[in-house]
Design a protein around this ligand. Structure first.
Ligand code: SF4
Length: 362
């Protein structure tokens, strides 16, 4: 598993520090660049404006260009941006106003505000990077979030963001700011689990969520924003998928993509796995109908987090590799599969004992 934390020397700092690691061949471009000064077997020493610190247990080639955040008193650094990866996500808050039965990141009560550090990290990312923003619910800190997007855009218009939000905290007052964001560089990923308000509200643990979400989506539509609608397949919404396809294709036809997603077995999803996970490897019928309805009406549908061999051949083109590199694994039988290059495999925390019944190399 790729590590998102690195052991470092403790630094004499009072505030979080964000630095970009640079090889000796790449001259420092800003005060935030630390340049590789010395290589020992298990330690890389970097120079940051005259003081040095060590990074342990990883080769300098692997971390060249990475952006780290070090916190006072800590001996591990957060690898906020991995220069060689397309899967970088900033967890901007752990607070949330929903309690979804399938939540992979259960919410916490308190918020540590690191938007300033995240803004700097994003502005140090490689050219053209697309950075994920998730939570918790990022829009609980809407002003800070908008400021981050605007500040990064002012310095680095090449950087894009993919923001996961329940979209319930937009108001008409946000229209102007939303319209100013580059719709080609900002994609809003918004969950909708059912066309029936009561089912959606029950799944997200919040009465009135569906109604607030409809309002939020209408604001995104009026702003001309890019929308990735996200529906996790569960036992609870299985029967409703065709009706949801009908709702999505008639009411939300402005969307960029409708992502139908498999469950990630962690957090509340792991706790509620038996009542929630739907094995789609043996019965794909409702998903097939939903995809057919959406595509027949000109919408782009996609299947996220599905092992390719769990999907009938006619729908495999809808299933790109979507599981982030740092949390992806393959099983023993994948070794002989000719589709391994294009298949996204499984989450690290997937358990075959409780998972798909019908899988095997293609
Ligand atoms: S056998 Fe493994 S690599 Fe091949 S399609 Fe299935 S999950 Fe993917």
């Amino acid at each position: 598993m790729i590590s998102l934390r690195l052991k470092v020397d403790p630094l004499p700092i009072d505030e979080p520090l964000v630095v970009r690691l640079q090889g000796p061949g790449s001259p420092a471009r800003s005060d935030h660049d630390a340049v590789l000064a010395e290589i020992a077997p298990d330690r890389r020493e970097y120079d940051l404006n005259g003081f040095s610190f060590g990074v342990y247990g990883i080769s300098s080639e692997v971390i060249d260009g990475d952006v780290l955040m070090m916190l006072p008193g800590e001996t591990t650094a957060h690898r906020l941006i991995r220069a060689g990866s397309a899967h970088n996500t900033l967890l901007v808050t752990e607070q949330c106003d929903q309690l979804c039965v399938m939540c992979s990141q259960p919410p916490k009560k308190y918020h540590t505000d690191l938007f300033e550090q995240f803004t700097l990290a994003a502005s140090l990312a490689p050219q053209g990077a697309m950075i994920g923003v998730s939570g918790g619910e990022p829009l609980l800190h809407k002003e800070r979030l908008f400021s981050m997007l605007e500040d990064v855009n002012a310095q680095r218009p090449d950087i894009g963001f993919h923001i996961l939000t329940n979209a319930q905290h937009f108001s008409r007052a946000d229209l102007e700011r939303l319209q100013r964001l580059d719709y080609e560089r900002v994609l809003w990923g918004v969950p909708l689990y059912s066309s029936m308000p009561e089912t959606h509200d029950q799944l997200v643990g919040k009465p009135g969520a569906f109604a607030s979400l409809e309002q939020g989506l209408s604001i995104l539509m009026r702003a001309g924003a890019s929308l990735e609608l996200r529906t996790v397949v569960m036992q609870q919404n299985w029967q409703d998928l065709p009706a949801l396809a009908d709702y999505v294709s008639t009411r939300l036809s402005f969307l960029t993509v409708w992502a139908i997603m498999q469950l990630e077995r962690i957090g509340y999803a792991r706790m509620n796995w038996k009542e929630t996970f739907r094995d789609t490897s043996g019965d794909f019928e409702q998903i097939a109908r939903a995809v057919d309805i959406a595509t027949a009406r000109g919408l782009k549908a996609a299947l996220y987090n599905f092992p390719l061999c769990s999907v009938p051949p006619a729908y495999q083109d809808f299933a790109p590799s979507t599981i982030s590199d740092w949390k992806r694994k393959y099983l023993d039988f994948c070794l002989n599969c000719r589709a391994k290059e294009t298949c996204g495999g499984f989450f690290q925390w997937y358990s075959q004992a409780e998972g798909f019944a019908f899988l095997g190399p293609l």
